[in-house]
Ligand binder design. Structure first.
Ligand SMILES: Nc1ncnc2c1ncn2[C@@H]1O[C@H](COP(=O)(O)OP(=O)(O)OP(=O)(O)O)[C@@H](O)[C@H]1O
Length: 321
């Protein structure tokens, strides 16, 4: 990839006897957000911890700006800011005390620390909380302080492990907005098990399951690749299942309640037009129809079902086909 800041090559890791990740490969471009998507236990944290030099891999290599993380961890780590799943905050310190401590850990020269603090605080919207003890900040603001420590030394790559975990919906939106701002002038990789999180924030997606890559491309390609295959119809006096199943493309009907049905289809989202036309023709009182959002499990199931593409080999290995 042209203009990439990090490369992961044939990365595998085994904690004891079981492999946590197996032959992971991807690159991170200089700017923008790469989402590392996968369900719990997929291997995201393991991959990120190796990239950040927190653990040493069993096999393969990770490079930051051409520097081999394992061979030259001190130099590689200078280029990375890391916010692990549990933010490394000292709750008894004020924001300024904590960030000053982080600046020293990052070996920022003493005369430059004040400016570094001001810039990081301004970027993360916490300048007005400089004297506030961390324990007395809300979860969302504590996470902002975690992000400030990750960018205090102006790194080229910021690594965020489940950065919105445990936040309320408003805080999630604010932190996502902040992450996008941080990615305007550097690369960000964020791991998440939340499908909507990558769709809301990321430019590129690497999806891993059971420690192996099952998708790696742009968000645009991902959204085109993943098509819904169920929709909801709400109507008074729903027709019989047999009548619905006789419509071309309908492969299943599930009754959610008296007026609400889940329709499974095989022909693509344009089936909604056919269904609406049928309702009009047969005088069925349709009140609402909408495609269902695909869940992470659904995405994985769809990826596993597409035999013609480049991920076939990996997927059939995972699903044991
Ligand atoms: N320290 C460890 N010792 C042994 N096994 C581990 C250790 N850390 C992780 N694992 C195992 O490695 C696999 C990958 O875990 P990892 O934490 O990387 O996944 P994850 O995608 O980050 O999941 P989560 O979102 O739940 O943290 C899992 O099967 C997990 O149980």
């Amino acid at each position: 990839m042209e203009g990439s800041i990090a490369q992961i090559k044939h990365l595998s890791h085994r904690y004891s006897k079981d492999w946590a990740i197996r032959d992971i490969n991807f690159e991170i471009s200089n700017k923008g957000i790469l989402g590392l998507l996968g369900s719990n236990g997929a291997g995201k944290s393991t991959t990120m911890n190796i990239l950040c030099g927190v653990i040493n891999q069993t096999e393969g290599e990770a490079f930051i700006d051409g520097i081999n993380v394992r061979e030259n961890p001190v130099e590689a780590k200078k280029l990375i800011g890391f916010l692990p799943q549990k933010a490394p905050l000292h709750l008894e310190l004020t924001v300024d005390e904590y960030l000053t401590h982080c600046a020293h850990l990052r070996s920022i020269p003493t005369e430059k620390i004040k400016t570094a603090l001001e810039l990081a605080k301004a970027k993360c919207g916490i300048s007005h909380f400089s004297k506030r003890v961390l324990r007395n900040l809300s979860g969302g603001y504590q996470q902002r302080v975690g992000l400030a420590q990750a960018i205090i030394h102006n790194p080229k790559l910021v690594v965020l492990d489940e950065p919105t975990n445990g936040l309320d919906p408003n805080q999630i939106l604010e932190v996502r907005k902040l992450i996008k701002e941080i990615a305007e002038d550097r690369a960000v990789i964020l791991s998440t098990h939340i499908l909507s999180e990558v769709q809301a924030t990321c430019d590129n997606i690497v999806m891993i399951e059971n420690g192996q890559t099952v998708f790696s491309d742009t968000l645009y390609a991902f959204n085109n690749y993943i098509e819904p295959d169920t929709l909801i119809m709400e109507m008074e006096n729903a027709p019989s299942n047999d009548e619905l199943l006789s419509i071309h493309g309908v492969t299943g009907v599930e009754i959610i309640n008296k007026n609400k049905l889940r329709i499974r289809f095989s022909t693509g989202p344009e089936i909604t037009k056919t269904l609406i036309a049928t309702c009009v023709m047969k005088n069925w009182p349709l009140t609402e129809i909408y495609l269902e959002k695909t869940s992470l499990d659904g995405v994985f199931a769809q990826l596993s079902k597409k035999p013609q593409d480049k991920f076939t080999e990996t997927i059939s290995e995972i699903s044991g086909n």
